[in-house]
Design a binder for this molecule. Structure first.
Ligand SMILES: [Zn+2]
Length: 311
């Protein structure tokens, strides 16, 4: 037994290091963005997407929108392409920030969006065979989603909120996961009968009503793809909403808690316990509109980009 225990401990330690790394919106976030996008494709983009999707996807882009997350261990080189880190500042600059942890340039979500856009422009040309354009479509669709998740353009020191432990209602979470999954899941449970399609319908309705005037601006791009605009918005949303109220090393000032549901923030790095005097409901209800907006923008912009690529 003793030998097994010694083998078990390193295995458990590896598991701890492997597990908490989130790499994008959760499955529902990516599904929502791809569903919205596919409903807005031009005729030629619709045909190209149908051609490029594998048969088993049944012409449903959303069914493979999380494929890039599923292959991140097989394609280890792709891990840094899911996010962007800034040097703990609330602005983004491609030349400064788009690199992996070894400093290799262009290896971030914005660089990947440019790369797969360029590859997909070969669709229908003789040079098409130089690339796996099915994978290119799936990577582009996924990274367009990731770059719209505010904490995917976050601070390097906390790895986009992955090192900030929180309590989401009664469950321990990291802040990054709250933005990938929990806000969307709680919205589905509370307002949409646990049915992601009802949430998609609500966002689609907003795109044609409340946000109708803004959609042209969201789509605008002087090149084929404009990830720098989305990344700049992302880090601003991270600072204004996701990180807002979280300060390391001090008790946070905020609304006085009035229910048993409190959101607690800890800083693992500094090993200091931080308490945010916000109720979970305050955080959830004030941040949900931002999540809905970013999902809508992600879907609209993925469609606009694919329409520009495929004509
Ligand atoms: Zn991702």
């Amino acid at each position: 037994m003793e030998c097994c225990r010694y083998q078990l401990i390193p295995a458990l330690i590896s598991l701890i290091f492997l597990c908490p790394l989130a790499h994008g919106w959760g499955v529902d976030g990516h599904l929502i963005i791809c569903k919205i996008a596919q409903s807005r494709l031009s005729k030629s983009a619709e045909e190209a997407v149908e051609q490029l999707l594998p048969g088993y996807a049944d012409n449903d882009l959303s069914s493979l929108c999380s494929w890039a997350d599923r292959v991140r261990f097989r394609y280890r080189w792709s891990a840094p392409l899911h996010f962007i880190n800034t040097p703990d500042v609330c602005n983004y600059q491609y030349d400064r920030d788009c690199k992996d942890e070894n400093g290799e340039k262009d290896r971030c979500a914005a660089g990947a969006i440019h790369n797969y856009t360029t590859q997909l422009l070969n669709y229908g040309k003789s040079s098409q065979s130089d690339y796996n354009l099915t994978e290119g479509l799936l990577f582009l669709s996924h990274f367009m989603g990731d770059i719209h998740q505010p904490l995917h353009v976050g601070f390097a020191s906390d790895r986009g909120g992955n090192d900030i432990n929180v309590r989401w209602y009664t469950r321990k979470q990291v802040l990054h996961h709250v933005w990938d999954n929990n806000i969307i899941e709680t919205a589905e449970q509370r307002f949409y009968n646990e049915d992601v399609q009802e949430l998609i319908d609500a966002i689609q309705h907003n795109i044609t009503t409340e946000w109708a005037d803004q959609v042209k601006t969201w789509e605008a791009c002087s090149e084929t793809a404009c990830p720098d605009i989305y990344a700049s918005e992302g880090i601003k949303a991270a600072c204004d909403y996701a990180y807002k109220g979280v300060e390391e090393g001090s008790v946070l000032k905020g609304k006085v808690a009035h229910t048993v549901n409190k959101v607690y923030f800890y800083s693992v790095c500094l090993r200091e316990f931080l308490k945010l005097n916000l109720t979970a409901d305050d955080y959830f209800l004030s941040r949900l509109p931002i999540v809905n907006l970013r999902l809508a923008q992600g879907g609209v912009r993925l469609a606009a980009t694919l329409n520009r690529i495929f004509g």
